[in-house]
Write a protein that binds this ligand. Structure first.
Ligand code: ARG
Length: 446
């Protein structure tokens, strides 16, 4: 069954190739396709294109499809191209003539746009929820271990005194910036394309403001041709936000792999959380963090993939755009899995104390020695030169957390200020789930 069938039998190989992976990928969209269709039906009735009774029947039929989907019995059949076609087919088989009115005033082009935007809005909110958990974990580890010193590195050489408080807290603040990018992508995403039809509007008297309100979008995507162009643009913004988050996960994972190695031994995990080797009996490997690093590094290529896929596309709908769905949907799944496993690992992380007692790290206190001389009135450069002479032989008196006072230093982490920024940025992530939305739409059955 093809929505566009006109008496000529399409060549099966062409249908298989053009449907591609959509029969599986589109299942992510089922619930939202139904919710979008419910809003569309309520609007068609509001503008007089369908009768009250037809609206009621169509909403009830859509609701039963929603329930089938929740039970796992709604599938995209072999000869059906995508979820939009399947839903229309089901509507016609449940309601006959009335069911065939569901596509009035819309195209699969605006339909898929609205589905993707609703689905990604929910995915963004789910991801934000996990980022929130990870942020809290980093901050509590930072608070808990704020007194424990750690050598800080530049160029991978011991540089200055750092602390577990500073290290964990740094990744919390990374997430505060990642969440800002995600909220920006969410704002771009949260406008309504429904009613722009194939990209050129329709002569039917649609009320686009009504579907926007029903679907809880911030506003409309006004220009119908821009609605088509926005496919790829919003994905690029989302991809950039996801890539930024992936960068945070990857860099933290790399630190963990390094800090867990025999040469560093700053941190460790219980035996149940590390993996072994099939030949070397002694091995305890941080595979989880290596895989988070690898998977997040792949996600950092996502903005490039989206940009390449959409470069040189003319305005208007082009089938290439279909391929965007899987790239973005997979990235959400990957990142959610990575954060979940990272949280499990962090719940079990072991921190080693007294690391900086090792004479290997004596020289990391030399900059503070310079500062002591500066405080006694010696010009910085002279103090620096004097201490440089001492570096090879000297054991400097050790600095402690309480010697540091300014904002963002080991003695004054400002975790509360960072939490304030983070929580402010978190406020926008709060829409209803598909089932809550479907229930709300059913309130329009009279
Ligand atoms: N599967 C298609 C996609 O994701 C749905 C839109 C089809 N539109 C069309 N004009 N063929 O893009």
């Amino acid at each position: 069954m093809k929505l566009w069938e006109k008496g000529i039998n399409p060549e099966p190989a062409i249908i298989e190739f053009t449907a591609g992976k959509d029969r599986k990928t589109d299942l992510h969209l089922t619930k939202w396709d139904i919710v979008g269709s419910m809003a569309h039906v309520i609007m068609l009735n509001d503008v007089g294109l369908i009768l009250d009774e037809e609206k009621n029947d169509m909403l009830k039929a859509l609701h039963s499809l929603f329930v089938w989907d929740e039970e796992g019995s709604l599938v995209i059949e072999k000869d059906v191209e995508d979820i939009h076609s399947q839903i229309e087919k089901e509507m016609a088989s449940i309601l006959g003539t009335t069911g065939k009115k569901i596509h009035t005033g819309r195209s699969r082009n605006d339909q898929v746009l609205v589905d993707i935007r609703l689905y990604t809005r929910e995915e963004i909110d789910k991801l934000a929820d996990l980022i929130n958990k990870l942020f809290n974990k980093f901050q509590s580890l930072s608070d808990q271990h704020k007194e424990i010193l750690l050598p800080g590195y530049t160029h991978l050489q011991p540089a200055m005194v750092s602390s577990f408080g500073l290290w964990f807290g740094a990744y919390a603040e990374c997430l505060a910036d990642d969440i800002l990018l995600l909220s920006g992508a969410r704002a771009l995403n949260n406008r309504n394309p429904l009613g722009t039809a194939a990209g050129f509007g329709t002569t039917l008297p649609l009320n686009r403001k009504l579907t926007s309100e029903l679907l809880e979008f911030d506003d409309l995507l006004y220009n119908s041709a821009y609605a088509s162009l926005s496919r790829g643009k919003v994905e690029l913004a989302i991809a950039s936000a996801l890539a930024s988050l992936a960068q945070t996960l990857s860099r933290f994972s790399n630190d963990v792999c390094l800090y867990m190695s025999a040469e560093f031994r700053f941190i460790d995990f219980p035996d149940e959380y590390v993996t072994g080797s099939s030949i070397m009996p002694q091995k305890r490997n941080p595979d989880v963090f290596e895989l988070i690093r690898g998977r997040s590094n792949i996600i950092q290529t996502l903005p490039n993939e989206v940009a390449m896929l959409t470069s040189n596309l003319p305005s208007g709908y082009n089938r290439d755009l279909q391929l965007l769905k899987q790239l973005i949907f997979d990235a959400f799944d990957e990142l959610k899995e990575c954060i979940e496993i990272m949280l499990l690992m962090l719940n079990n992380i072991k921190i080693r104390k007294n690391i900086t007692e090792n004479p290997l790290y004596n020289a990391i206190f030399s900059t503070e020695e310079v500062n002591r001389l500066v405080k006694d009135g010696i010009p910085f450069r002279d103090a620096y030169k004097a201490v440089s002479e001492m570096v090879k032989v000297s054991t400097f008196s050790k600095t402690s957390v309480s010697d540091y006072h300014h904002e963002g230093s080991i003695g004054n982490l400002c975790n509360e200020e960072i939490a304030r920024i983070f929580n402010e940025r978190m406020k926008c992530f709060k829409n209803k789930s598909a089932s809550e939305m479907a229930e709300k739409m059913m309130g329009h059955v009279k």
